[in-house]
Design a protein around this ligand. Structure first.
Ligand SMILES: Cc1cc2nc3c(=O)[nH]c(=O)nc-3n(C[C@H](O)[C@H](O)[C@H](O)COP(=O)(O)OP(=O)(O)OC[C@H]3O[C@@H](n4cnc5c(N)ncnc54)[C@H](O)[C@@H]3O)c2cc1C
Length: 442
């Protein structure tokens, strides 16, 4: 341990290298008992120093675990077995911001909420809005290709990234793409990095596409007597051709955990100039109205703040939770929601789900006390099997990370798994970048 810290301090300065501590050895999966062990924590304040740290690690065969805000739900930032945790929290510079050209270049450690704020202050909008936006960072969002409620209309993080600066093995800084909005010159290496969960390189900065901010965002909230009626309403919004910016659901158990007896709930949001948004909101209310037991049009800020607290309310119910994030084709949503409850019952666990209905993305959750972790893991296994059987995926937005590493073999054919492994070897021949994460096979 001492030589690692001593050598890295000589290379990067004392302030950039810390002794390992709990804060950097866990992430948002802490409640699932995931805790790793690091030899050192490195917090460079320049992209060049990220590359230098990676070069040192590569030369000395030391694993490197990239870390953003540690809000990940897959254990991706947890150092499995020693090595260097390389955090980007000091890389927060705004390298460029061109409001009139709808674009910016931000360093990777800028918190997601700051990206939102900077865009808003300049009359612009950066739509990706994963739930822990004060904690998560742009680099972490790129590395997980994070979604969020407004991904339904606007797409996930990758859709908003035109270029990436990345430190790649054996320790070099490269720029993939740039500020150009179209580019088909080579294989799309930038997209390979997006969602790669720290296993192919360390993102140090991103060129971001922005759009003019919508003048208004007007949500509608509707409640239903059961899952069938709620999912019929989701299908009705699709069928209406109305372009909701967000289309979310919370099942009755989730609502109860959040202190509401409203039952199965669907949220749709209209965006646009004030007049267009109001018209769209009314049309969405009409589409959602059939079969609804109640309809409301709350203030957007209050609604999304409340929605952001749901995960914590569900955790509080029994002291802990195992939350998965399967995604299925949207016409299989009802089956997946109902099966989540059945799987929970089969394993003797109270289950619930909420999520991004329009994207068929469920946060299927088992509420657990500490001694029920094994049963919850078995239930999660059944859930993954269900997702693949319904033509979906074991993870719609949180990633494979450590928790679901190897699970890809459930849903990809062997030849595709070989190619996945070949990509990893090409970027990281010594397998030092985030070992144990996002493996194709167990
Ligand atoms: C309350 C709550 C709500 C959430 N809601 C959503 C949601 O709606 N949608 C959603 O998609 N996610 C959601 N998440 C999950 C999480 O916020 C996202 O996965 C987020 O993108 C992680 O960013 P981070 O900076 O915290 O990354 P970390 O947790 O630090 O890391 C995540 C992964 O990315 C890698 N990584 C981090 N930074 C870099 C980098 N610079 N270069 C290369 N690799 C890197 C890590 O090695 C790790 O594998 C939620 C989490 C919480 C706690």
């Amino acid at each position: 341990l001492e030589p690692v810290i001593g050598d890295l301090r000589k290379l990067l300065g004392d302030a950039a290298v810390l002794e390992p501590s709990a804060q950097y050895e866990q992430d948002a999966t802490e409640g699932r008992g995931l805790r790793g062990r690091a030899d050192a924590v490195v917090l460079p304040d320049t992209a060049q120093d990220v590359a230098r740290a990676l070069a040192w690690c590569y030369e000395h065969d030391v694993p490197v675990v990239p870390r953003g805000g540690g809000s990940g739900f897959a254990g991706g930032a947890v150092p499995v077995d020693g090595g260097v945790v390389l955090g980007t929290e000091r890389l927060r510079a705004v390298r460029a911001l061109d409001p009139l050209l709808w674009r910016a270049t931000f360093e990777a450690g800028l918190p997601t909420a700051h990206v939102h704020r900077l865009a808003r202050e300049n009359g612009l909008y950066y739509p990706p809005d994963p739930g822990a936006s004060e904690q998560s960072q742009l680099g972490g969002n790129v590395a997980t290709n994070a979604g969020g409620p407004h991904a339904f209309l606007h797409g996930v993080t990758g859709h908003w990234i035109t270029g990436l600066e990345v430190a790649v093995a054996p320790g070099e800084l490269i720029h993939l793409g740039g500020q150009t909005r179209k580019d088909v010159a080579g294989y799309d290496l930038r997209s390979l990095l997006i969602g790669s969960e720290g296993t192919l390189g360390i993102v140090t900065a991103a060129d971001v596409r922005l759009i003019p901010a919508p003048e208004a965002a007007l949500p509608v909230v509707a409640s239903y007597p059961d899952v069938a009626a709620g999912c019929a309403a989701v299908a009705a919004v699709y069928g209406s051709g109305l372009r909701a910016a967000a289309l979310e659901y919370l099942d009755a158990v989730t609502m109860a955990a959040a202190g509401s007896d409203a039952g199965f709930t669907v949220i749709a949001e209209a965006q646009g100039d004030a007049e267009t948004a109001a018209r769209l909101r009314d049309a969405l209310a009409e589409a959602l109205g059939e079969g609804a037991s109640a309809l409301d049009t709350p203030e957007p800020e209050a609604l999304w703040r409340w929605r952001g607290g749901v995960s914590i309310a569900v955790s509080a119910k029994r002291g802990g939770k195992v939350s998965e994030d399967i995604a299925v084709p949207v016409d299989r949503l009802r089956e997946a929601i109902e099966a989540t409850l059945e799987i929970g019952a089969r394993h003797g666990l109270e289950a619930c789900s909420w999520g991004h209905a329009g994207d068929g993305n469920l946060h299927s959750t088992f509420m657990v006390a500490r001694d029920e972790a094994d049963r919850a893991r078995a239930a999660a296994d059944d859930l993954h099997e269900l997702a693949v059987r319904l033509g979906g995926t074991v993870t719609g937005e949180h990633g494979l990370g450590l928790l679901r590493s190897g699970e890809l073999a459930r849903q990809w054919p062997p030849r595709a798994l070989d190619l996945h492994e070949a990509v990893k070897r090409a970027f990281d021949p010594k397998a030092l970048l985030n070992p144990g994460k996002k493996a194709a096979r167990c």
